[in-house]
Design a binder for this molecule. Structure first.
Ligand SMILES: [Fe+2]
Ligand SMILES: [Fe+2]
Length: 233
């Protein structure tokens, strides 16, 4: 069975074993925007040292159990770009389209009701809505301008199309960095979505849904940056 090494990149590890992202998130190791350097290099650059050997062993242990439970990994290198696009649309764009408006109502509600006693909710409200606005326009650009090019390129791989894809990818990667920062700020602000004592039901639902949003966003960006955008080279 495959064993991950510290020389592998977090992006490649998550590509094979998506649940490894939980370990990276806990260890504060970026696997989506800055995840294509060897894990050891990322660890060496960290201000707060972490035990890389222990991290990789925990991932390998969990991966082994996951495989033994009959799970199959997706070989993304064999999936066509248009299939990756469909996967992203179904699992990430659709999710955001359905989720952002109701979640906005929750974020707004807890800010209005509890903002006086919990001042961080004002910043949370602002970051969330910056994220919402950015992602909504970002998804329009991807769906309207970028994604159709992958299908065209599959049928007719011209140099001109390739350059258009490269240029748009670059803009999208910058957007990803920006939304990644907003997600990180929301996480820090809420201490990784830890509820204050006596939090009401709306507070709990908001934090749970924001935490899910974070997880979904990291997978979303990872798939685009590390699988889809690299499918054309
Ligand atoms: Fe996207
Ligand atoms: Fe994107």
């Amino acid at each position: 069975m495959r064993e991950f090494q510290l020389t592998d990149t977090p992006a490649d590890i998550v590509k094979v074993y998506p649940k490894a992202s939980d370990f990276f998130k806990k260890a504060k190791v970026d696997f989506c925007c800055g995840g294509d350097q060897p894990l050891q290099t990322i660890i060496d650059k960290k201000k707060k040292p972490i035990d890389g050997q222990q991290l990789i062993s925990s991932i390998n242990e969990s991966y082994q159990k996951w495989k033994e439970a009959g799970n199959k990994e997706v070989n993304w290198d064999e999936v066509s770009p248009s299939e990756v696009v469909n996967y992203v649309l179904e699992n990430h764009h659709h999710y955001l389209t359905e989720e952002l408006t109701p979640l906005s109502q929750f974020v707004t509600k807890i800010y209005r009701v509890h903002g006086t006693h919990h001042p961080h909710l004002e910043e949370l409200f602002k970051y969330f809505h910056q994220y919402k606005m950015e992602m909504e326009s970002h998804m329009i650009e991807e769906e309207r301008d970028l994604f159709p090019l992958f299908e065209q390129y599959e049928k007719n791989p011209t140099e001109q199309l390739k350059n258009r894809i490269f240029n748009l990818n670059e803009t999208m990667i910058k957007d990803h960095e920006y939304v990644g920062e907003l997600i990180q700020k929301m996480n820090e602000l809420t201490n990784n979505y830890t509820l204050p004592e006596g939090a009401c039901n709306s507070y709990r639902i908001t934090y749970e849904r924001l935490s899910e949003l974070e997880q979904n966003t990291y997978q979303h960006i990872h798939l685009e940056n590390n699988v889809l955008f690299k499918s054309v080279s």
